[in-house]
Every structure is written in C-alpha cells, then in structure tokens.
Design a protein around this ligand. Sequence first.
Ligand code: ZN
Length: 133
Amino acid sequence: MIKRINHIGIAVKDLDAAIDFYKKLGLEVSSTEVVESQKVKIAFIPVGDTRLELLAATSEDSPIAKFIEKKGEGIQHIAFHVDDVKDHLKKAVDNGIQPIDQEPRPGAHDTLIAFLHPKYTGGVLIEFCQEQD
Ligand code: ZN
C-alpha cells in the first residue's frame, strides 16, 4: 500500500541558488549526495515526513540535464513510499503500466527505487521508493 509521498524530485540548474531560495522559505538542507550512476548531485530538504530532493546534473548527458533542456526547471518526479518496490513494480506491469526500470535499483539515501514510464502515467514521472535498513 502507498501511504505517503517519500519525496518530490525538483530539477534545478544551479543547486546553490535553489538551496538559497528554499532557505528563504525557512527550509534547511539536511545533506547532499552525488549519485554517480544518475549523474546528479542531490540536496535533501526535509518537509515534515516527506522531503524535497533538489536534483542538479553533474554532466551534460545526465537525465536531469536532458529534462531541463526539454521542459525547463521544475518538478521532475514524485516518489511514492512503498514497503516493497518489486511487488509494486509487478502490480504496475500486471495492470499494463510499463516501467522504465524492469528491476529495482539503488537510489539516493540508501533506497531501492524504480521508475514508471511517463507515457503510461499521464505524463508524471512516478518513482517507487523503498527505504532499506
Ligand atoms: Zn526520487
């Protein structure tokens, strides 16, 4: 069952400028992390029991660079908090929704993640996100 939003991914060109903006709203960055496989640097901003993830490209061929080129800065994906990514992935496929990731893969913040293809989700890039302990 999906009980909450784990995080909202926001594509930004300039990570420091974006952090400055959210600071003006009274929000604070808890940590940053580079995910080499995705060519992104992420700043985590806790908001209650969810968080914003500011995503900046570390390379021109990063998915985030491509996203900004096509659509500009802004909300890039929504991540649902799930107990079992594999199970949710299978249910989606059973319901005719094609994933980007056929198998769960490691995400930022020690999570297991999988994305659904926006073509099958009304244009919203949806991520299943499972926290590992
Ligand atoms: Zn995410």
